[in-house]
Ligand binder design. Structure first.
Ligand code: NCD
Length: 334
């Protein structure tokens, strides 16, 4: 695996391997010094051409916990154009000799294009409406932890499917892991053609809410909507929001999920966001071990092997906070 651009790049087995590896890395997070030398000497560049707080912070922490050097390359979206200028930026980063570039860009396909211009591994941290693969991985991680697996589970994804890279990535990953997925929302926010997505579609949230194991809400992307695609925010909440009343009809063990940032009072009522069934903060927490697993998989020594099964038991020397010790890193050590 050289790049991670899309969930489509991963087989179901590879997806599960990444989730397993993330479980091992999660253990490191709970140590007094939550750091291992696995990527010491490697450099990760964060190239966020579009704003982000949680994804950027999470990748940054993940890289640092593996002892990689992190360079934050700030590009205000207004000063960045596609084509030549993006190419120049990437070639400049590449010339400095980095091992991975984490890219977020408002244009679908930008990370794939960037692969042509660099020798580094490229990780897609969200491109336009297209893909956000690490979000899907952390969502699978959260569901697997809470429900034991995705096989046979019924997951509803409600909201602005059309403008959502999260929805596209999640559908791919959930279906790959054997879940049954129902997309819910107004016709204007659902894809015209979904026959090859492997999902069901409903325009009535009340019809599905009591049946699902996971209720996944998407943010109404006001910055991407352009012309109004539904009459008003108030009407949206009434018909498609997870209101207090609707949340009462969810099963007691159902999970409420949202990729953040949440619009409280639009797609989710404030009380519901704080409901005991909401795993929104578990999703955020899962972001770090998932991104550690992805970075390690792309930049770590060779292919990762079955050593991961023993990671929890192996005494790993934590990287000292100040002086790096210069012992060579054993093959496969994480
Ligand atoms: C999502 C994104 O930016 O794609 N957020 C995230 O990464 N946590 C979803 C969104 O912006 O609605």
């Amino acid at each position: 695996m050289r790049h991670l651009l899309s969930i489509a790049d991963l087989s179901a087995d590879e997806l599960v391997e990444l989730l397993d590896l993330a479980e091992s890395f999660d253990e490191i997070q709970h140590r007094s010094i939550p750091k291992v030398p696995a990527l010491r000497g490697k450099t990760v560049v964060m190239a966020f051409f579009e704003d982000s707080t949680r994804t950027r912070t999470s990748f940054d922490l993940a890289a640092r916990r593996l002892s990689a050097d992190v360079v934050n390359f700030s590009v205000s979206s207004s000063s960045t154009k596609k084509g030549e200028s993006l190419r120049d930026t990437v070639e400049t980063i590449d010339a400095m000799g980095v091992q991975a570039i984490v890219v977020r860009h408002s244009s679908s396909g930008a990370p794939r294009q960037i692969c042509e211009w660099t020798r580094a591994s490229v990780v897609n941290a969200g491109d336009g409406w297209h893909q956000h693969p690490t979000q899907a991985l952390l969502d699978c991680f959260t569901i697997r932890r809470r429900l034991g697996g995705l096989q046979g589970r019924h997951i509803a994804i409600c909201g602005d499917i059309n403008h959502s890279r999260v929805a596209r990535s999640d559908v791919d990953a959930f279906v790959k892991l054997g879940a049954r997925v129902t997309l819910v929302g107004p016709r204007t926010l659902l894809p015209d053609r979904w026959d090859d997505w492997g999902v069901d579609v409903s325009h009535d949230l009340d019809e599905v809410v009591s049946e699902v194991d996971v209720m996944y809400l998407l943010r109404i992307q006001q910055e991407r909507l352009g012309d109004a695609l539904f009459p008003s925010i108030r009407e949206y909440r009434t018909r498609w929001g997870l209101t207090v009343d609707r949340a009462r009809r969810l099963q007691p063990e159902a999970l409420i999920m949202h990729p953040g940032p949440m619009n409280r009072g639009v797609e989710i009522d404030p009380e519901v966001a704080d409901d005991g069934r909401s795993v929104v903060l578990d999703q955020v927490a899962a972001g770090v071990p998932i991104r550690m697993a992805v970075l390690y998989r792309l930049m770590g020594p060779g292919q990762f092997d079955d050593n991961r099964a023993t990671v929890g038991d192996v005494e790993l020397a934590p990287a000292s906070g100040h002086e790096p010790d210069n012992k060579p890193l054993a093959q496969g050590v994480i």
